[in-house]
Design a protein around this ligand. Sequence first.
Ligand code: IMP
Length: 193
Amino acid sequence: MTIFVLATANPHKTAEMSAVLAELGIEVLPRPLGLADVDETADTLVGNALLKAQAVMKASGHAAVADDTGLFVDALNGEPGVYSARYAGEGATDLQNVEKLLRALDGVESAKRSATFRTVIAVAYPDGREVVVEGHLPGVILESPAGEHGFGYDPVFLPDLENARTLAEMTLEEKNEHSHRARALRALAAALN
Ligand code: IMP
């Protein structure tokens, strides 16, 4: 049986990934306890996802799977991008990141507020093989937040979907059906099948 070790310790991502991998008959093991956080020193999502997958593969001896996500805003030349988690500084809260984003887009008209969430998922195998897939969700950045669900930039991100609402106005089930991460996971399932 194939075994994958998860690089993420986030319970929500763990549940999402385990469900997809279990359907493929892959046994999922949690991130090894005591393994230090991997510094995300690459300047691309692919680079950071591979760094994390390789570190966990080396520490565990098993294939490892890691993801990395960013919000790429066209009017800001792709910022915050790879630096989405720390846009307003190291240890910034979601609220601080969202406030900085809204300030950066102050005065930008709605037609020019397009943005894309991108998720890369990487698998690193002990024999050196790698699988890298991506999922993305296009949308626009609103001028003010709406909705209570989700995390990160969800309250200001209006996806290009029918029945427009921000990601923070969707239930977790709805978001998980359409999200960049869900799309990357479906691409992973297709790549591994
Ligand atoms: P990570 O690579 O999944 O840790 O994501 C990096 C950063 O992107 C997070 O800290 C959030 O600010 C943002 N982010 C990732 N996924 C989402 C999402 O589904 N909704 C809103 N923001 C997200």
